[in-house]
Design a protein around this ligand. Structure first.
Ligand SMILES: C[S@@+](CC[C@H](N)C(=O)[O-])C[C@H]1O[C@@H](n2cnc3c(N)ncnc32)[C@H](O)[C@@H]1O
Length: 242
């Protein structure tokens, strides 16, 4: 499943204020202030095209993409509420797809936080890089099977939150359990894992690794309706089961 990772580093020096679409804020009257019409136009086309690329990617790799359309705004908002990212320094997203959920995460995160988005599909990883220029974002093309490797490649410490939309239901059980254990082992002591899925397989497997979820919700306005689970670090079952 791991097709060889390549990496892109965030540019920490470029931490200018951002507008909600992830662009540096244009302040009229400031020295050298220039609006950026071309990047805006390019980005909005990339956003409009996102469902098409998503669907094509599903046709090419249905089990890996796991859905025919990106998550809705309703689901994005529910996942953000569940993850409570206002105190997070480091956030990991597994499976950003075309980047809609990534943008929602960035909107919910602090201005000095970092988001590591791990995407297995090179074309989708490239799309997220092209669509989102927020300096807090690091896009890593690789598999969620190697979260420690991705964190180390970018010099990042234990994440405060791992948010996942990857399709656990289509993965072999050992692979899915391996990913869940590596999430549990890499989380900061007060960190959380939030998963959104149509089927409950991730919850069945996560019970073996994390114990009971601290929170579970259903978003019926998403197509298809999607469930959201939250697990808190330190809520693992007894070491015997780990
Ligand atoms: C259902 S889509 C979710 C996309 C987006 N987060 C959303 O909610 O609209 C799942 C994404 O996970 C990616 N993916 C699947 N398996 C993965 C893995 N092992 N590691 C990283 N990404 C993976 C797929 O390529 C796809 O982009």
């Amino acid at each position: 499943m791991n097709r060889g990772a390549f990496v892109t580093h965030a540019t920490p020096q470029a931490r200018a204020p951002l507008d909600p679409s992830g662009h540096e804020r244009y302040t009229p009257g400031m020295p050298n202030a220039q609006p950026h019409p071309q990047p805006r136009a390019r980005k909005s086309k990339l956003a409009t095209d996102a469902p098409v690329l998503f669907f094509k990617s599903f046709l090419e790799r249905p089990k890996e993409v796991g859905s025919i359309i990106p998550s809705s705004r309703f689901l994005e908002r529910r996942v953000m509420r569940c993850a409570r990212l206002d105190q997070a320094n480091i956030v990991v997203e597994l499976g950003p797809g075309t980047g809609g959920t990534t943008q929602a995460l960035l909107r919910a995160m602090r201005p000095d936080a970092v988001l590591l988005a791990i995407e297995i599909n090179p074309r989708l990883a490239e799309r997220v890089r092209a669509r989102i220029t927020d300096p807090r974002l690091v896009v890593h093309c690789g598999s969620a099977e190697d979260i420690p490797g991705a964190l180390a490649a970018h010099g990042l410490a234990a994440p405060d939150a791992v948010i996942s939309g990857i399709p656990f239901s289509t993965m072999p059980r050992p692979v899915a359990l391996g990913i869940l254990r590596s999430i549990r082992d890499c989380l900061a002591p007060t960190g959380c894992f939030v998963a959104y899925q149509v089927r409950d397989r991730v919850a069945v497997l996560a019970r073996e690794v994390f114990g009971k979820p601290s929170h579970a919700e259903l978003e019926v306005r998403n197509v298809p309706p999607m469930r959201v689970w939250r697990y808190d670090a330190g809520s693992s079952p007894s070491p015997r089961l780990r």
